[in-house]
Design a protein around this ligand. Structure first.
Ligand code: ZN
Length: 75
């Protein structure tokens, strides 16, 4: 009977540990998705196409989608 009680207590702790671990993984994945999902979009000053701010080419006056458009706008 004593072993059955110990086994039951062990199973409760194991279940709680597993449940806490799953929550931790889910929260990490949710944060990762939220960080990856929110991307600032900026328009190209030449053609007006919107692109992620990280991919934009920085000109002296504005942002552009490509070096060709930057050169066309800022000779
Ligand atoms: Zn452009």
């Amino acid at each position: 009977m004593k072993f059955l009680l110990l086994f039951f207590i062990f199973m409760v702790f194991a279940w709680q540990w597993r449940h806490a671990r799953e929550d931790k993984v889910k929260n990490a994945m949710r944060k990762k998705r939220a960080a990856a999902g929110v991307v600032a979009m900026v328009p190209c000053a030449h053609c007006g196409v919107h692109l992620p701010a990280g991919d934009a080419i920085q000109g002296s006056r504005a942002l552009y989608c490509s070096t060709a458009h930057r050169q066309a706008q800022e000779p």
